[in-house]
Write a protein that binds this ligand. Structure first.
Ligand code: FES
Length: 156
């Protein structure tokens, strides 16, 4: 039976040692590890779905819930924290009405926090998809989200 990750799986031998690289590639492709994908990996490698879930849960990089169209990561590392990163996070939470780990009801944004993105000189920072936003303030957050929403509405 053809599956969404069949081609991907076929690049690997069915050796259990390939579990992590397969999980990483599936997540890269689908942005998360769906129950269907885990089931297919389970069949391919002969590892139970429970064992795959246990292994994947150990690594914070893997997620099991479909993320929103855009991922916002607000840095809460020390440098960002002392320069107002907490207020930046509060503003994103208030604007989007979600907490870290949650996705907006319209599936547009997923909010996460990170410990440091390695750009402390630009603190406080946040990352939208792969774009680093520097020297953030609550006002900048509001303006940014408004402009993204406006751009999305204009595109309709
Ligand atoms: S602490 Fe935020 S970028 Fe380093």
């Amino acid at each position: 039976m053809a599956t969404s990750i069949n081609d991907l799986l076929n690049k690997y031998t069915d050796d259990r040692k390939n579990l992590i690289p397969i999980l990483q590639e599936v997540q890269e492709k689908e942005k998360y590890l769906s129950a269907v994908s885990i089931s297919e990996i389970s069949n391919y490698l002969g590892i139970s779905e429970n064992d795959i879930f246990s292994v994947a849960s150990f690594y914070s990089q893997f997620r099991f819930i479909k993320p929103g169209e855009h991922t916002i990561k607000v840095c809460q590392g020390t440098a960002c924290h002392v320069r107002g990163g907490g207020r930046v996070l509060e503003t994103v939470e208030r604007e989007l009405k979600i907490k870290p780990g949650q996705t907006t009801a319209n599936g547009k944004y997923t909010l996460e926090t990170v410990a440091c993105i390695g750009a402390c000189a630009l603190a406080p920072t946040m990352v939208i998809d792969n774009e680093v936003k520097r020297n953030m303030t609550p006002q900048k957050v509001t303006d940014l989200l408004n402009s993204k929403n406006k751009a999305a509405n204009d595109a309709r």
